[in-house]
Design a protein around this ligand. Structure first.
Ligand code: NAD
Ligand code: TYD
Length: 348
């Protein structure tokens, strides 16, 4: 049956890939994007979609912030929306350590505004995309949906705050909200500030890559399209009020991942620059997502890490216009200077 999905944050990394996923896998669905186009949101990220749905009414873009009640309610009054998938967020840990205020605005207050609007307009389901970082660090064992929330950065704490708004909305008002918690994503269209796209784009240019501390922290990686299929699975088959982990059982240390990038791009080890850990005590040592609950319902990741990483590196090599335009912006360069300048100096 035909549905209309509002994807908030659809001009970002996961949101845009989720739009691609929906348009490809549900030929009768419409997708509407609401995005504030912050530093991390780009219309160029949606250009391929705009072209492919040209002359159809399957895709529409609205500029605006999720915490703007007037904009959100106006959109839901003028468009017939069945589902909301919230991918809008401030999403970078390092930035949250410098300036946490916008994280609380978007990741907590913005979620509340969306939940309230979903209730008011009788939205069938609202899925809130969250992160395994709400669990804090997994020194032993794996995160299950029952693990306690113990966030360690302003970003992770804001995401936990948004989730708690979702939980309370379900309990207090019966709002049909579902929550997903996923591990570290990688793939096309990721803003070049997170580990993988940052290192890939720098290594393409034979620049040094700043590895925090000894690089022995562990992240649980998943290809973005597997995350998107997980979101879509939960949206259609999950139970409102429930939380679902999404993961691909792929733990790697940062050093391992960096070595793999050097291999794939044929670059020397001397390009690794270990730096004093800028996250300090807030740097989670290990993430490990147990997604057996979702697997038991029938969902599976289908992209093995090694091939997906190779494919991702190739994408950045072949789509230099997309990321070079971002990297050349004054705000991008100012962030690099502020955050990495003290460590990389002339190698920046
Ligand atoms: P991103 O930073 O690439 O994109 C965020 C998008 O949201 C951008 O397009 C931005 O313009 C938009 N946005 C920001 N504030 C907004 C606001 N107030 N109103 C409307 N739009 C706004 O982030 P991402 O990596 O795509 O992450 C999306 C979601 O997935 C986040 O909630 C994040 O916590 C979660 N997540 C990300 C990862 C990961 O590895 N990237 C892993 C697990 C969960
Ligand atoms: P990141 O991609 O920022 O994701 P998250 O903080 O959500 O896990 O970082 C992934 C890991 O890579 C994390 O342990 C910090 C490390 N890292 C570096 O060593 N150097 C870098 O320049 C960046 C951005 C991250």
């Amino acid at each position: 049956m035909s549905k209309t999905i509002l994807v908030t944050g659809g001009a970002g990394f996961i949101g845009s890939n989720y739009c691609r996923y929906v348009l490809q896998h549900h030929p009768d669905y419409r997708v509407i994007v609401l995005d504030a186009l912050t530093y991390a949101g780009n219309l160029s990220t949606l250009a391929d979609i705009q072209q492919s749905v040209d002359r159809t009414d399957r895709f529409r873009f609205y500029p605006g912030r999720i915490q703007d009640e007037t904009v959100v309610n106006g959109l839901l009054r003028s468009e017939r929306v069945d589902y909301i998938v919230n991918c809008a967020a401030e999403s970078h840990n390092d930035r949250s350590l410098l300036e946490p205020g916008s994280f609380i605005q978007t990741d907590v207050y913005g979620v509340f505004i969306l939940l309230d609007a979903a209730k008011r307009h009788g939205i069938e389901r609202i899925l809130h995309v969250s992160t395994d970082e709400v669990y804090g660090t997994a020194d032993t064992g794996r995160f299950t949906e029952q693990s306690p929330l113990a966030p360690n950065t302003p970003y992770a704490a804001s995401k936990a705050g948004g989730e708690l708004q979702a939980r309370a909305h379900r309990v207090a008002y019966g709002t049909p909200v579902l929550v997903t918690r996923c591990g570290n994503n990688f793939g096309p269209y990721q803003y070049p500030e997170k580990l993988l796209p940052f290192f890939i784009t720098r290594l393409i240019d034979r620049k040094k890559v700043p590895l925090y501390g000894t690089g022995e922290q562990v992240r649980d990686w998943i290809f973005v399209m597997d995350h998107c299929s997980g979101i879509d699975f939960v949206l259609h088959h999950g139970t409102p009020g429930e939380v679902y982990n999404i993961g691909a059982d792929c733990e790697r240390t940062n050093l391992e991942v960096t070595h793999r990038l050097l291999q794939l791009l044929d670059r020397p080890e001397t390009l690794i620059r270990p730096i004093p850990d800028p996250r300090g005590a807030a740097h989670d040592r290990r993430y490990s997502v147990d997604a057996s609950r979702l697997r038991s319902l029938g969902w599976r990741p289908t992209h093995p890490f090694d091939t997906a990483l190779e494919q991702t590196v190739r994408w950045y090599v072949e789509h230099q216009t997309w990321w070079r335009e971002i990297v050349a912006r004054p705000d991008y360069q100012a962030f690099l200077q502020r955050f990495y300048g003290p460590y990389l100096g002339e190698d920046l």
